[in-house]
Design a protein around this ligand. Structure first.
Ligand code: AMP
Ligand code: MG
Length: 409
């Protein structure tokens, strides 16, 4: 790798994702599997409903007995949910039945109880029901052997209920990727701590931790490393020892005297493929890999500036986490919009500009970038509704020209 090479963002993303795949599978009990990703197709172990079931409270009878009404039928027993009546129904007979109960052999019609006059050991049927109405036939919902859920499906509440109904107590899911976070910088103190002149509150990892969790991965918070090789080495080692699949550092990713992530990680055996990308915010961006304990550990070294770190996380680290977690979401969703102000020609770095978003009367999205786009300005990242994407060397554009945006979520 040539550390001076400025790599286009699209090419950098390809490099980051090249060869990355799901880290493994595990079996989880249904009640532990919410929001996880199914790693194998799921075939039903059961037919549902497993028998012809009544959909109403009433009487199970023969249709031929209720063609001329009213008629009096002898009650020969009861079928309730969980306790079927196990004799066939003959001519002139009825079985008291409740919702969810097995329709007894010989019966083909359910008379709802509102349409009867109950007697002593008999029932008078006043109004009939067409044959089969109020009977849920076996297999109405699904059949044994049917593939109802697919590998890659997110286990939403509905899918979990379906998997349970298919009689699976445990589900095969992709393992959660472990993502370690390390902040770097002598100036950093934790939120709420007393500050000295020159100090800065470490904010990056709070946004990054929440994003990691939103990806469905596990966060390992390794803390803050001061700007010494020993301190950073110890934190990186800690992340490796705790089983990280990805290490995310923030700060110290550039080429200043105190930017130590690249040299220290190289000393520890990481091989780097990216040091700088043609993207703003987020230009200092490191990407390297090492094999540790038989597994590949990835390092995405994000810039220290808050907006740079969060944008680069979304563009590069998040797709990598998704691939390692068995998800196929690696592309950034660019939507069409129009510009709410004019913009000069872009330079050699692709840009994600924080912008407000309004909808015009004719339903167009109007995106208006803020005048100030400094990568340290977190408050206007929060104020932004979207990021306007400007390609490398995008020509000057006027108010009303088409543009592409990424919605903030
Ligand atoms: P660096 O990339 O280390 O040169 O840091 C660039 C800027 O980002 C400096 O102003 C740092 O103080 C700031 N910075 C670095 N890390 C963090 C962090 N975790 N939270 C907030 N700001 C940070
Ligand atoms: Mg620093």
């Amino acid at each position: 790798m040539s550390p001076s090479e400025l790599i286009p963002a699209e090419k950098a993303l390809k490099i980051v994702l090249d060869g990355a795949k799901a880290i493994g599978e595990e079996k989880l009990a249904l009640n532990k599997a919410a929001n996880r990703i199914l790693s194998q197709d799921l075939v039903s172990l059961r037919t549902q409903p497993p028998f012809d079931a009544s959909a109403m409270d009433g009487y199970a009878v023969k249709q031929s007995d209720v063609t001329s009404l009213p008629v009096c039928l002898r009650i020969i027993g009861e079928s309730k949910a969980g306790t079927p009546f196990d004799h066939p129904v003959a001519q002139g007979e009825a079985v008291r039945i409740f919702t969810g109960a097995v329709v007894p052999q010989g019966a083909d019609t359910i008379i709802i109880q509102e349409n009867t006059n109950p007697g002593d050991g008999s029932v008078e049927v006043l109004t009939g029901t067409p044959q089969g109405k109020f009977i849920r036939n076996a297999g109405l919902d699904f059949q044994m052997g049917e593939t109802l859920l697919k590998a890659g499906d997110v286990l939403t509440p509905y899918r979990l209920a379906l998997a349970a109904s298919m009689n699976h107590a445990e589900l095969p899911v992709y393992k959660k990727a472990k993502v370690a976070m390390i902040s770097t910088g002598d100036e950093l103190v934790m939120p709420g701590e007393a500050t000295l002149p020159g100090q800065i509150i470490a904010s990056n990892t709070f946004g990054i931790a929440a994003s990691i969790q939103n990806c469905g991965a596990e966060v390992l918070d390794i803390g803050i490393a001061g700007d010494t090789k020993t301190a950073l080495h110890a934190k990186l080692q800690d992340a490796l020892d705790q089983g990280a699949n990805i290490i995310v550092t923030t700060g110290g990713a550039s080429v200043g005297d105190h930017d130590l992530v690249l040299p220290v990680a190289q000393e520890m055996g990481f091989e780097f493929e990216i040091a700088k990308i043609a993207m703003r915010p987020g230009k200092p961006f490191l990407f390297g890999k090492v094999t540790h304990d038989g597994r590949t550990v990835y390092l995405t070294g994000l810039a220290g500036n808050p907006v740079s770190s969060l944008v680069a996380f979304n563009v590069f680290t998040k797709p990598l986490i998704n691939l390692l977690s068995g998800k196929d979401e690696t592309a950034i969703n660019l939507l069409p919009a129009v510009l709410g102000c004019s913009l000069p020609q872009n330079d050699e770095r692709a840009e994600y500009m924080r912008a407000t978003l309004e909808t015009s009367r004719d339903g167009k999205r109007i995106a208006k970038p803020f005048t100030k786009q400094d990568s340290s300005m977190l408050a206007n990242l929060v104020r932004a509704d979207c990021l306007v994407y400007r390609a490398v060397k995008a020509p000057a554009a006027k108010k009303g020209d088409a543009c592409e945006i990424v919605l903030m979520s």
